[in-house]
Design a protein around this ligand. Structure first.
Ligand SMILES: [Zn+2]
Length: 239
C-alpha cells in the first residue's frame, strides 16, 4: 500500500464534484484525478505541500477536466487519459489503453474501459492498493447518466466493477448519496443494510466529510444498480 488519497470537494453545492489528490509515498509522486475547479485543488496541494507530476482523467466531461490546463500551467503536470478519447481531453499528453497498465511510481493503475456514461470512460484501478476511481460510472447508491451509451453498455460496465474484489474501496466523481437514498431504499433487498449506509452517510456529510470510500462488497449489497445480476433486472430499474 503506497497510495494515499485526499478527496477535494469542487463545485461545492451545485455539482458536488470530487477531485482526488493521489500521492505515492515510495517515489514521492503526486497526481490529481479529475480536476474540475482549480482553486480548491491548489489550496489542497499547498496544504499537503505536494506538486502534481500527473493529471489523470476518467472521461472528457468538463466537470472532470476543466482544470487540466491550469494545473499544467502551474506545475508542468502531464495529462494522462484514454488514448481513444484524446481529442476530447483538454491538454492531453499521455495516452493509456484499456486492458493495459500505467506505472505510478511503485504502484500500477489498471485501465478498465467502462464506456456508457461516455464512450471512452475508464476506471483507474490500483489493485495493489485496493482502490478504484469510478468517475461518473458508479456513485454511492446510484450510477452515472447514459449520455453516450445504452443500458446494455452500462450493465456490462458495472459487471466489470462487480468482478473486482469486495474489499476494494471506490471513489466516485460526485457526492450524490442522499439524493439517491429513497430510490435505493425502495429497491433494497435488505433495507436494514441500506438504512445503515444512509445513516452513516448523513453523519459523514454533517461533519463535511465525503461519504467515500465505501468497499465494493457493501456497495454491491446496497446499490440497486450494482446489485442487479442480470440485464433484465438492471433494465427494470429504468422503468
Ligand atoms: Zn460525466
Amino acid at each position: 500500500m503506497v497510495l494515499q488519497v485526499y478527496p477535494v470537494l469542487c463545485r461545492a453545492g451545485y455539482m458536488d464534484n470530487y477531485s482526488y489528490i493521489l500521492t505515492e509515498s515510495k517515489s514521492n509522486l503526486t497526481a490529481v484525478l479529475d480536476p474540475s475547479e482549480t482553486e480548491p485543488i491548489v489550496a489542497a496541494l499547498q496544504h499537503l505541500k505536494v506538486t502534481p507530476t500527473y493529471i489523470f482523467n476518467t472521461h472528457h466531461h468538463f466537470d472532470h477536466t476543466d482544470s487540466n490546463r491550469d494545473l499544467k500551467k502551474l506545475y508542468g503536470a502531464k495529462v494522462v487519459a484514454n488514448k481513444n478519447d484524446s481529442p476530447r481531453i483538454p491538454g492531453f499528453d499521455i495516452g493509456v489503453e484499456p486492458g493495459k497498465t500505467f506505472d505510478f511510481g511503485q504502484t500500477k493503475a489498471h485501465i478498465i474501459d467502462v464506456s456508457a456514461h461516455t464512450q471512452g470512460h475508464i476506471l483507474w484501478y490500483f489493485p495493489q492498493d485496493k482502490i478504484v476511481f469510478t468517475g461518473d460510472t458508479l456513485f454511492n447508491l446510484c450510477i452515472g447518466g447514459l449520455f453516450e451509451g445504452t443500458t446494455t453498455e452500462m450493465f456490462a460496465a458495472l459487471q466489470k466493477i462487480r468482478q473486482l474484489p469486495e474489499d476494494v474501496l471506490f471513489y466516485p466523481g460526485h457526492e450524490y448519496t442522499l439524493p439517491s437514498a429513497n430510490f435505493a431504499l425502495n429497491n433494497a433487498s435488505d433495507s436494514k443494510e441500506v438504512m445503515a449506509y444512509i445513516q452513516r452517510a448523513k453523519e459523514r456529510l454533517q461533519q463535511h466529510l465525503p461519504v467515500a470510500p465505501i468497499a465494493l462488497g457493501i456497495e454491491k449489497k446496497c446499490n440497486p444498480y450494482l446489485r442487479a445480476d442480470t440485464l433484465e433486472n438492471f433494465t427494470k430499474l429504468f422503468r
